[in-house]
Design a protein around this ligand. Structure first.
Ligand code: NAI
Ligand code: MG
Length: 494
């Protein structure tokens, strides 16, 4: 990875100007993946200027022209899929299997979806809603979008921010997480190669409080979109509110996994393992709290523990590896801290709760199953962002639904039952932006992703994302062609 540049400003690939060197580390073995100089405020200014300059041309292009460029982008991403997989695995340590079957094809499909959706911005039909006027709606691009993305799914999060914004005619400056900038820069390169004009997609890689904060506060940035922690999102929301900028926040989650006593317990156990361990649990929709109705509780705990013990942690490049390391040693220690404090507070660790044998050279943590934790304890209430599942029992249906809703978050949830009324109740009463029935995790380009409550607001993916990245203009024409219009009499009569 020699010659890696953290900034894409117009067509220029450049080092940052902050003077601070940064090393991208492969968390599987501590090896250096890339070194670069972090972006500073001047780089943010240059990138915003490039995006501003590109805005009139790009927003004025026809939807067909924008769509054509996105189709070419989808083709290039497919051709370069192996390179994207390699870079994503190196900078995150995620298993190659996951990057190959989920991250990269998901991004290609998102791109193909927005290539089509770009030509189909919907609005109300034009009409005479007053006897004397014709009204219609224009959906217009907002301007320059400043986006900040996290390290858990670097490529997918960059794509979720960039694609709907540019499909709708905006230009964008993306600040990826400093730990994982590689695939965002490669994505911007592919945009240029696909014929998307220089300045439409820019990348600046710097520290959150420096480059991220400068981007959010920049007066030429019209809208801010962010995916990351609730604490940082709250600050970004406050800055955006102060400047009256549109803001889109996709924050943390603490997804409940609600298992009623008529559920297929084997399906629920399998689903809980996949749903809690995907991406080493560094997924804002991951299953984190399983509430299991008392008659199934012991069988569920025993089966999940058995499956957890069989999960293979190891080299991300080995096709047999199920689970890779966490993003960094700091994140591993953060996760271990949650588990240690839960244990000290009286919870029982049924599986894991330690660094797996022989893997102390990387940021690995074993799949961890926790029981007997209190509902109001930290491990049940806060986002751990690691391979940790807590299981709690419940008796009455009402109690299960209430416990599932009892955190400040509301991003995703699942309900496990074969009873149509219970499933309907779960989908209606669970307060989350997504509720799965008898599954947990799958996402698709056509459907929206985004939170309720402290998980934020605004939708990624799907045509609903155009509600974020466009503004709506009402255009009203007089149809009477008379000077003294009847309604004037309400104001004056002569
Ligand atoms: P973070 O929220 O600090 O980082 C996310 C992004 O925000 C990064 O690009 C970072 O550089 C940027 N950022 C940080 N401070 C900023 C500021 N003051 N202004 C503008 N941008 C700023 O997340 P962090 O500290 O890396 O992880 C801590 C926890 O956050 C995780 O353990 C997890 O619980 C949660 N998280 C949730 C994510 C999600 O997908 N919802 C993704 C990443 C983290
Ligand atoms: Mg942080």
């Amino acid at each position: 990875m020699n010659g890696f540049s953290p900034n894409v400003i117009g067509e220029r690939f450049a080092d940052g100007t902050s003077g601070e060197r940064f090393t991208v580390v492969n968390p599987a073995d501590g090896s250096t993946v890339a070194e670069y100089v972090l972006a500073g405020q001047e780089d943010v200014h240059a990138a915003v200027a490039a995006a501003r300059a590109a805005f009139p041309g790009w927003s004025g292009a026809t939807p067909g022209e924008r769509s054509g460029a996105l189709h070419r982008l989808a083709g290039l991403l497919s051709e370069r899929a192996a390179d994207f997989v390699a870079a994503e695995v190196a900078q995150t340590g995620k298993p190659k299997r996951l990057a190959t079957e989920f991250d990269v094809p998901g991004t290609i499909d998102n791109t193909a979806f927005f290539a089509g959706a770009a030509r189909d911005l919907q609005g109300k039909a034009a009409g005479e809603y007053s006897a004397d006027h014709t009204s219609y709606v224009r959906r217009e691009a907002i301007g320059v979008v400043g986006s900040i993305s996290p390290w858990n799914y670097p490529l997918q999060m960059a794509a979720w921010k960039i694609l709907p914004a540019i499909a709708a005619g905006n230009t964008i400056v993306l600040k990826p997480a400093e730990l994982t900038p590689l695939t965002s820069v490669m994505f911007a390169q592919a945009c240029l190669d696909a014929g998307i004009p220089a300045g439409v997609v820019n990348v600046v890689t710097g520290r959150g409080p420096v480059a991220g904060a400068a981007l959010v506060a920049h007066p030429e940035v019209d809208m801010v979109s962010f995916t990351g922690s609730t604490a940082v999102g709250r600050g970004i929301g406050a800055t955006a509110a102060g400047a009256v900028k549109r803001v889109h926040l996709e924050l943390g989650g603490k997804a409940p996994f609600l298992v009623f006593d008529d559920a297929d317990v084997e399906a629920a156990a399998q689903g809980a393992v996949a749903g809690s361990l995907i991406n080493s649990g560094q997924d804002c929709t991951a299953a984190t709290r399983a509430y299991v109705q008392r008659p199934l509780y012991d069988r569920f705990v025993a089966r999940v523990a058995e499956l957890f013990e069989g999960v293979r942690a190891g080299d991300p490049l080995d096709p047999a590896t199920d689970i890779g390391p966490l993003i960094s040693l700091a994140q591993r220690d953060r996760v271990a801290g949650f588990v240690d404090r839960a244990r000290a507070a009286g919870a029982k660790i049924v599986a894991g709760g330690r660094v797996p044998e022989g893997l102390a050279h990387g940021a690995y943590y074993a799949p961890t199953l926790v029981v007997d934790a209190a509902q109001d304890s930290e491990i049940v209430q806060q986002e751990v962002f690691g391979p940790v599942l807590v299981v709690l029992p419940f008796d009455a249906d009402d109690e299960g639904v209430a416990l599932a809703n009892d955190t400040p978050y509301g991003l995703a949830a699942s309900v496990w039952t074969r009873d149509v009324h219970r499933s309907l109740r779960g989908t209606r009463e669970l307060r989350a932006g997504c509720v799965w029935v008898n599954d947990h995790i799958p996402i698709i380009s056509e459907m929206p992703h985004g939170g309720y409550r402290r998980s934020g607001f605004g939708k990624d993916m799907s045509t609903y994302s155009f509600d974020e990245y466009t503004q709506i203009k009402h255009v009203m024409y007089d149809t009477t062609a008379v000077a003294a219009k009847p309604w004037h009499r309400t104001v004056f009569s002569q």
